[in-house]
Design a protein around this ligand. Structure first.
Ligand code: NAP
Length: 309
């Protein structure tokens, strides 16, 4: 059955990934968009979800591509109207918000899918399977990108709830929480916060797994030149290197998977959403957001130079 779906928020990720992916999917019809500014040829456009719900009762699902700070109210309205909801990452600006959405989904018989797009990168499931049998010695996460290149004009990233460098950093945490065979927790860290902004521009973090394996993470939003989205795992069989945001995998220097970053992640996400809808199920894992909340609770704060885009 074809799912009539509306996209809410038509910014960078909606245009770069959601629209092309939906166009490739047989199981969906893009029935409307909800946007404060944008319109698309031959697609109904509304400026609020309330207007969309009134005008298009045939739409059964929405995909939210708005910043985290405005996500809860829209998701709540959708769930109360009985719509199935897919959330871009992070699923909310607080953990308690996400718990409230889970309750609403259950009460209204809706599917709620909190997506973590990096978990759908080409090599992540291979890494997860291999780590079940390897002896892990240490984990190093290096997530460094240029905020001016990837997030132009996205002022919400620097506002409370926007997460700053954890907006990309949470993608790394979504992969590590997926592939490591045991849980890990924050032991200490430093958040570097520009003196004119509310969220970190860099972070140095030290985690440990339950059995004591060190997991170090460095996030940086000021990386020019080549961009780095790498997870290096020292094992008894050599280095397991998951690079390019989860798209490439090698063990002891031997390439095992080579794919393009972001390519096909969103096709897999929409396929997964269709499976959830079929079974009237939800998929909400807050583990990556929980780690970010821990970082904001436990890390030292260091003021750095003002940042101006
Ligand atoms: P963006 O380019 O700033 O787009 C967000 C859109 O949300 C805006 O264009 C706007 O669309 C809508 N919006 C509604 N209320 C808003 C408000 N108060 N302030 C700002 N925008 C508002 O951001 P994005 O990069 O697409 O990111 C959206 C979400 O996707 C974030 O949670 C982000 O973490 C996630 N994401 C982004 C990427 C990426 O590469 N950029 C990748 C994966 C996930 P209208 O003008 O149409 O209303």
């Amino acid at each position: 059955m074809t799912v009539k779906i509306a996209l809410i928020g038509l910014g960078k990720i909606a245009q770069d990934q959601h629209l092309p992916s939906l166009a490739r999917q047989d199981g969906y019809e893009l029935a409307a968009i909800v946007s404060r500014n944008a319109s698309l040829d031959n697609i109904d456009a509304f400026t609020s979800i309330e207007d969309m719900i009134k005008a298009r009762p045939d739409i059964t699902a929405v995909s939210l591509c708005v910043p985290p700070q405005v996500r809860f109210d829209i998701a709540k309205t959708a769930l109360k109207a009985g719509l199935d909801v897919m959330l871009e990452k992070p699923p909310g600006s607080t953990l308690s918000e996400v718990a409230a959405l889970q309750d609403l989904a259950e009460q209204n018989g809706c599917s709620l899918f909190a997506t973590w797009h990096s978990r759908f990168a080409a090599a992540v499931s291979n890494a997860q399977n291999m780590l079940k049998t390897l002896d892990i010695k240490s984990v190093e996460v290096i997530w460094k990108e240029d905020v001016r290149r990837w997030h132009p004009g996205q002022d919400w990233i620097w506002q409370p709830g926007g997460l700053g460098v954890f907006d990309p950093g949470i993608n790394a945490l979504s992969i590590v929480t997926e592939i490591l065979p045991e849980k890990f927790y924050l032991s200490d860290g430093i958040l570097f916060i520009p003196k004119n902004l509310h969220t970190p521009i860099a972070a140095d973090l030290n985690f440990k797994t339950t059995s004591g394996i060190p997991v170090a993470a460095t996030f940086d939003f000021l990386q020019t030149g080549p961009q780095t989205w790498d997870i290096n795992i020292e094992t008894d069989q050599g280095m397991l290197a998951l690079s390019n945001g989860g798209a490439k995998l090698s063990l002891a220097g031997k390439n095992l998977v080579i794919s393009d970053a972001l390519a096909s992640e969103y096709d897999r996400i929409y396929t997964r959403f269709a499976d959830l809808l079929d079974g009237k199920k939800s998929d909400v894992d807050v583990a990556p957001l929980m780690h970010v909340a821990d970082c904001f609770m436990l890390c030292k704060h260091e003021a750095t130079d003002a940042f101006v885009e």
